[in-house]
Design a protein around this ligand. Structure first.
Ligand code: BG6
Length: 517
């Protein structure tokens, strides 16, 4: 495979792959590193996208030498990648080092400084620091790196979500990281932006002329965005009980999807243009009043049930909560009740010229009946019915964008069923399945994003103002839910969520579109 940087001369402003990279992962033995980051680096190495002169330095509290860390990573690759290419695996493992470091202990840091300085051409090396740790450690890590003189550009720092718990904590994290790194050096990951189908949304909208004239309140009735998961909270109980679905999924992934649907065309898909346009959408989200929050949001929490043929426990059992099955007004004091939601549905408005009056219905939940992330654009009915005596069924046109699994698109149209005897109408669809349209493997989101960090391309990362605007919009909802103290509605695992989420959309004369590709 040719080296990525060998492909064509560098153009001004276009990020290029550096010759040398030290990729340091704080939390190097954690689930994210072993389950996602190292498999992504393996795939990049396999495809020839990793600079030849790359070292990967895992930092953790574990007492591992380089060989023991290599063995741990090898096992993780076997588990998460499956069949390994022997040469690539050997090369990747050869790049690995492990540094045992207690971030809070100043006397430990010399070990990491030593490894980072211990390489030829140290000054010409791009240093990437991936913080796959709790956000409370972001500040101490940045300060530790700064004290060792390890932060000068082209060093880059990658922040995993959650970036804060609310607006104030997000601002505090951004401030502490910003004391050490310039904004241009900070890469805040939202892995949804690395998904091929999400990037394809930009291409569908802005590399085709067909849709743009229709992409507004004149022709679109409403938009639905669903991210349904079959998994529960699993081992992340501690984090999740403090977070809930709004913080975990809506503040970041769903609002980012909404931004890509709603944004104006950027001047180009370059450094700042896309982020500028997404920020404008976040700023145009209508803040909700307490009465609107009561009316336009639904929270749920899964009970036990059957998911994909398997009986699973309730959230309360997983978390070890003694949660009553009755709501507070039925005799329970709210202080005994966890308020964490595993499902949320919302009706959202984007207050600008293009979207005035077009509701965006968002929903996300764990332990749902299926795993599916999808965006459905529902168009308006034709302005005049020229088939008043038709028979059969009609439905508004819909563009169904399947983000995962089975990425693709389906455009629902109305057609005449063949045969004599008047107009018998029937919904039909134009289908595009990416797996059959393209023979290439669809890379995992992290593969694309990690290589963008190494190249220094920030387009698919969240800027500070975006993260803070998203939190600012979520803040009144979080506060109002806490004030009312009502626990989320119960839904059976393996269902489509609480029935009130169905009412949320049906009271507007619309319904969730459940068709799958
Ligand atoms: C993460 C959330 O950001 O995204 C998880 O913290 C969630 O709770 C995950 O399960 C979903 O990602 P994906 O790529 O599996 O849809």
């Amino acid at each position: 495979m040719p080296h990525a940087s060998a492909a064509g001369a560098a153009q001004p402003g276009v990020p290029v792959m550096p010759e040398r990279c030290d990729f340091t992962v704080f939390g190097g033995t954690g689930n994210l590193a072993l389950g996602k980051l190292l498999p992504a680096l393996y795939q990049s190495d396999l495809e020839g996208h990793l600079p030849d002169d790359t070292r990967i330095i895992g930092v953790s509290l574990a007492d591992l030498d380089d060989d023991a860390y290599r063995a741990t990573v090898h096992d993780a690759l076997l588990e998460h990648v499956g069949d390994l290419d022997d040469d690539t695996a050997e090369r990747l493992l050869g790049r690995l080092h492990h540094v045992r470091l207690d971030i809070q202990d100043g006397s430990d840091w010399h070990r990491l400084y030593g490894v980072l300085k211990d390489r030829p051409h140290v000054d010409a090396t791009v240093r990437v620091y991936y913080l796959a740790v709790a956000p409370t450690l972001f500040g101490p890590i940045c300060r530790g790196l700064d004290e060792g003189g390890m932060t000068a550009a082209p060093a880059r720092v990658v922040l995993e979500k959650p970036i804060g718990h609310d607006l104030a904590s997000a601002r505090a994290i951004n401030a502490v990281v910003g004391e050490v790194f310039d904004e241009a050096q900070i890469f805040r990951i939202d892995h949804y932006l690395g998904k091929e189908s999400v990037q394809n949304l930009l291409v569908t909208r802005f590399a085709n002329t067909l849709l743009e004239p229709l992409w507004n309140s004149h022709w679109i009735d409403h938009v639905q965005i669903t991210v349904a998961e079959t998994v529960g909270v699993g081992e992340r109980v501690g984090y999740y009980e403090q977070a809930g679905a709004l913080r975990d999924m809506v503040q970041n992934h769903l609002l980012q999807l909404l931004c890509l649907v709603a944004m104006e065309p950027p001047i180009e898909v370059g450094r700042e243009d896309v982020r500028d346009e997404k920020l404008k959408v976040l700023q145009a989200l209508k803040p909700m009043t307490p009465a609107e929050i009561d009316r336009d949001t639904v929270r749920g929490r899964y009970g036990s049930g059957l998911v994909e043929g398997r009986q699973v426990s309730s959230y309360d059992e997983e978390v070890g909560l003694e949660t009553p099955s009755l709501a507070p007004h039925e005799g329970y004091s709210t202080s005994e009740v966890s308020l964490t939601e595993t499902f949320v549905a919302l009706k959202v408005e984007v207050q600008n010229w293009r979207w005035a009056g077009v509701p965006f219905y968002l929903r996300t939940g764990k332990r749902m009946d299926r795993r599916s992330s999808e965006i459905v654009i529902v168009f308006k009915e034709p302005p005049h019915d020229v088939f008043p005596h038709r028979t059969g069924v009609t439905a508004p046109n819909r563009l169904h964008i399947q983000v995962q699994p089975d990425e693709g698109m389906r455009l629902h149209l109305t057609a005449k069923e063949p045969g004599p005897g008047g107009y018998r109408l029937k919904p039909v669809s134009l289908d595009l399945n990416f797996a059959s349209a393209f023979s290439q493997r669809s890379p995992d989101a992290y593969e694309r994003l990690l290589m963008d960090v190494v190249k220094g391309n920030p387009t698919l990362f969240m800027r500070r103002d975006e993260v803070e605007a998203a939190w600012a919009w979520c803040a009144p909802i979080i506060e109002h839910w806490a004030e009312t103290g009502l626990p989320p509605k119960r839904y059976a695992a393996g269902s489509a969520g609480p029935t009130t989420a169905i009412t949320l959309i049906e009271r507007d004369g619309r319904s969730w579109q459940e068709d799958h590709l």
